[in-house]
Design a protein around this ligand. Structure first.
Ligand code: ZN
Length: 487
């Protein structure tokens, strides 16, 4: 047993997701990324005296839909609380958040791994709060203030609706942590509640990592890893942290509770601060905001707007339809293609053929043209017709391939094209025999070679026969008839 195998890693994920809304959480300022600093601000998000917050209904609906999608319950009553702490990027000196009565309770994130296994991790909580402003400190990578000793603060982000999601410590490897995050990200994208872009900070995540001897039930001392700016960083940072803790314990040391920042360039984490005790945020209900009351009718109406979820698609694609993990993931990560595929399966009742056309010729044409399959001239009904023509052996695969190209260009129904142009496959042995005999007569050289034992020239002769039939001959029949005539 290697040193690594003597331990089990225990990981919990905490992530913050900026919700996609027109305006901020408690005021009418625009919620957009990348504007000139301090241009999307007003008395409410700058906390000027007398300004009062008004909750954003769209953000609350996003929260409820996200909660329902992960199987959380939506309590009838919830409320906003003030989380008190001082930091210059927070103009009010408190953050409006939710403490003991969040909008959603519970929930589970289910995810899939590269080998197709499905895992799950329960959620401790998801709540709604407002984002803080953004500080840029001297000595940071921002060239404008290099070498100086002050900080700049941009309040455009202050007050942007923010979802905080905390998982239970039920993840045991870096791969599972990334799969968990990917699944959550895909779910939020499918719901349309966030852009979830790590590079723009609309998805930010931290990981709590500890180790314990394999088989132990008590949790070890954890370190919190911050500053991971891609899923690749998450993977590397967690792997490196597990190895660091094992090394400490193996050499007789003790892991200390601390916050560590991940340095992507150097591939190491660095201690930021020790965290011996919990902060005292002196939470209390925000007196400026009345509690939220959300009725069952409203919840049911929102439940009806939830689209097929990525994990449900994954189970259907790999389980019921027999797709492999790569094919299923490829479809799921292209929402409009997955919808197109689902429609093709509904029409054709043939998932395997639908997969071949959608991920094969149609995706190739989409890549070549830069036009999405769903925006092309091809409809799921036409794909269904094409599959039926192949299934009934009315056309062979060569004609099918040509038809896909023509459907892409907007030629319409493949069934109509086949009827109009007489493209139906020739399965009549006497007609095919005529083509075979003609080709044998026209190619005495290759025929002699074949008879002398060079049987690979058969491919050439089959090609000639297919050509003579204008591609319509049944290729299997051509091969068997040719073989019979030559031997
Ligand atoms: Zn504002």
């Amino acid at each position: 047993m290697s040193v690594m195998e003597k331990y089990e890693a225990v990981i919990g994920i905490e992530c913050h997701v900026e919700l996609k809304t027109e305006s901020k959480m408690f005021c009418g300022c625009r919620n957009v990324f990348g504007a000139e600093p301090n241009t999307n601000v007003c008395p409410v998000c700058l906390a000027l005296p007398g300004a009062l917050p008004v909750p954003n209904a769209a953000a609350i609906e996003h929260m409820i839909r996200a909660g329902l999608a992960v199987g959380a319950t939506i309590p009838t009553f919830s409320k906003f609380d003030r989380k008190n702490y001082f930091y210059p990027d927070m103009p009010k000196d408190y953050q409006i958040s939710q403490f003991d009565m969040p909008i959603t309770q519970g929930g589970v994130i289910r995810y899939w791994l590269e080998d197709g296994r499905i895992g799950e991790c329960r959620l401790t909580r998801i709540h709604l709060e407002e984002d803080t402003g953004k500080s840029t400190h001297a000595g940071s990578t921002d060239g404008r203030i290099a070498g100086s000793t002050f900080s700049l603060v941009d309040y455009n982000r202050a007050g942007v609706p923010l979802m905080e999601c905390v998982s239970e410590p039920e993840i045991h490897s870096a791969q599972e942590a990334v799969a968990f995050l990917e699944s959550f990200r895909r779910t939020l994208l499918a719901l349309g509640v966030s852009d979830v872009k790590m590079e723009e900070g609309s998805l930010r995540c931290d990981a709590n990592v500890s180790i314990r001897p394999l088989g132990a039930t008590e949790l070890g001392t954890k370190a919190e890893i911050k500053n991971m700016n891609s899923f690749r960083s998450v993977q590397r940072a967690i792997e490196s942290e597990i190895a660091r803790q094992i090394e400490i314990v193996e050499s007789g040391g003790r892991v200390v509770q601390e916050t560590r920042g991940w340095d992507e360039a150097r591939g190491v984490s660095v201690s930021m601060r020790s965290k011996e005790q919990a902060h005292d945020y002196r939470y209390f209900p925000d007196p400026d905001l009345v509690p939220l009351e959300i009725g069952a009718e409203r919840v049911n109406a929102l439940r009806a707007t939830i689209p097929p979820l990525p994990i449900e698609r994954f189970e259907r694609y790999t389980g019921t339809y027999g797709l492999n993990v790569k094919q299923a993931t490829q479809l799921i990560d292209n929402g409009s293609l997955a919808e197109f595929f689902d429609a093709c399966v509904r029409v054709s009742k043939n998932p395997q053929s639908a997969t071949n056309f959608v991920l094969g010729d149609l995706s190739r044409l989409a890549n070549e043209s830069g036009i999405a399959v769903s925006d092309s001239g091809v409809s799921p009904e036409h794909v269904g017709e094409l599959i039926a023509l192949v299934e009934s052996k009315t056309i062979n695969s060569k004609i099918a391939k040509d038809l896909v190209e023509r459907m892409w260009k907007g030629d319409g129904s493949p069934k109509a094209i086949v009827e109009r142009e007489g493209l139906a496959q020739t399965s009549d042995p006497s007609a095919i025999e005529g083509f075979v005999l003609a080709v044998i007569e026209a190619n005495p050289g290759p025929v002699a070679e074949y008879k002398a034992g060079k049987t690979n020239v058969a491919g050439f002769l089959v090609g000639q026969i297919m050509k003579a039939s204008k591609g319509k001959a049944d290729p299997a029949l051509v091969q068997s008839l040719l073989k019979a005539k030559l031997e």
